[in-house]
Design a protein around this ligand. Structure first.
Ligand SMILES: [Zn+2]
Length: 153
C-alpha cells in the first residue's frame, strides 16, 4: 500500500494473526509453511482453551508447531481475586460447560423459527471457580440472605 503503488509485489516482513484460536489446523500448518518456505515471521495471538477447558484445534496445532510460545501477562482476575486462567460461557446468565466450541457472544438464535433467543456471554474465572461453575453472578446470588429468596415470589 501507499507510495510504492499498491499492495502487490512488496516484501512482507511479518504476519500478525489475531484471534488465532479460530484458525483451522490446516491454516496453522499453512502459517508454518509461510515461516519455513517464505521466511516470513508469523505472530499469532489468541486463546488456548475454550469454555470447556479444551484446546481449540487451531491453538493446539499452533502450540505443536510454534517455534516459541509465550503466555501473555494478562491482568484478568476472577471475582475472588485469583488469576483468571479459564474462560466461562454463560447462556442467559447461567454458566455452561457443554455446547458448540465457537459461539460468538451476545445473542444466539436457536431453532429454525429464530424466535428463541438466548443471551450468550463470556467471562474469566480461576480454575477453582470454573470447576465449581461459580460465576460472579452465581457467587453474589449464593451470598444473598436466604430470606430474600426465592426470586419473583
Ligand atoms: Zn475464583
Amino acid at each position: 500500500m501507499g507510495e510504492h503503488g499498491g499492495p502487490y509485489g512488496e516484501r512482507v516482513d511479518y504476519l500478525i494473526c489475531d484471534e488465532a484460536q479460530f484458525c483451522s489446523e490446516q491454516q496453522v500448518e499453512d502459517l508454518a509453511r509461510i515461516v519455513d518456505e517464505m521466511e516470513v515471521d508469523v505472530f499469532a495471538f489468541g486463546l488456548t482453551t475454550d469454555f470447556r477447558t479444551r484446546l481449540f484445534p487451531g491453538s493446539c496445532r499452533l502450540i505443536e508447531l510454534a517455534d516459541r510460545v509465550e503466555v501473555l501477562q494478562v491482568q484478568a482476575l476472577c471475582w475472588c481475586g485469583r488469576r483468571a486462567t479459564h474462560n466461562a460461557r454463560t447462556v442467559d446468565g447461567v454458566m455452561v460447560v457443554e455446547g458448540e466450541q465457537v459461539v460468538i457472544g451476545d445473542v444466539e438464535t436457536t431453532g429454525a423459527s429464530g424466535d428463541a433467543k438466548r443471551e450468550v456471554g463470556y467471562g474469566t474465572l480461576c480454575r477453582l471457580h470454573h470447576t465449581r461453575r461459580m460465576t460472579a453472578a452465581a457467587a453474589k446470588a449464593a451470598t444473598m440472605s436466604p430470606d430474600v429468596l426465592p426470586f419473583g415470589s
